[in-house]
Design a protein around this ligand. Structure first.
Ligand code: 5GP
Length: 201
């Protein structure tokens, strides 16, 4: 019998705040088994209902800077005036166990990971328009006006960078968009060469 050791895929989901990537990710985890979500570290204060170690690891700035200095991050970035980062050891451990890992991170971080791991799969979730994005952010009501303006400004820059991504999903309809995300993830689980070789044995 031929032994195969499959290394997991690294999926990176990015998109402007309010594009709906969190909702798509939740649906993906309900529909597709054996996915691991990487819990980021952040210096942003928790929002109402957010839990430490579930949504994020909430750390202070001193701790975050120490993690940078000791080389613990796969990537990190300053987004909307706060630090966010992905711990290297967590991701590598899961990939080596053959698990597919999903990072939900901004475009600066995504491009850092793509440089370090060219096999990483970059998926961009875009809103149907910037007007619609502003409407969603205002309805969500989780940000003060100043933060909302920063998020809208950053959204424009993120959409410009999305040209470097492997896949683009326009989230104008949650059902369809989540179906697309699911199809993209599952398509990377098929290894035609492996199936072909197994057929020869
Ligand atoms: P929020 O504060 O709304 O949870 O997230 C703000 C932005 O930071 C989102 O675009 C989110 O994807 C991004 N983000 C979350 N975790 C990380 C991370 O570990 N690294 C980077 N680079 N961005 C992150």
């Amino acid at each position: 019998m031929r032994m195969t050791s499959r290394r997991g895929n690294l999926f990176i989901v990015s998109g402007p705040s309010g594009a709906g990537k969190g909702t798509l990710r939740e649906r993906l985890f309900r529909q597709v088994k054996d996915l691991v979500f990487s819990i980021s570290c952040t210096t942003r204060p928790p929002r109402q209902g957010e839990e430490d170690g579930v949504d994020y690891r909430f750390v202070d700035e001193k701790t975050f800077l120490e993690l940078i200095d000791t080389g613990r991050f796969l990537e990190w970035a300053c987004v909307h005036d706060h630090y966010y980062g992905t711990l290297k050891e967590d991701v590598l451990l899961e990939l080596n166990r053959g698990k597919d890992v999903v990072l939900e991170i901004d475009v600066q971080g995504a491009l850092q990971v793509k440089d370090a791991c060219p096999r990483a799969i970059l998926i961009f979730v875009a809103p149907p328009s910037l007007d619609e994005l502003e409407k969603r952010l205002r309805n969500r009501g989780t940000e003060q006006e100043k933060d909302l303006e920063i998020r809208l400004r950053n959204a424009r820059d993120e959409i410009i960078t999305s040209g470097s991504y492997d896949h683009m999903i326009i989230n104008d309809n949650v059902e369809r968009a989540s179906g697309e995300l699911q199809a993209i993830v599952l398509s990377y689980r098929i290894d035609p060469q492996q199936e072909y070789l197994e057929g020869m044995e």
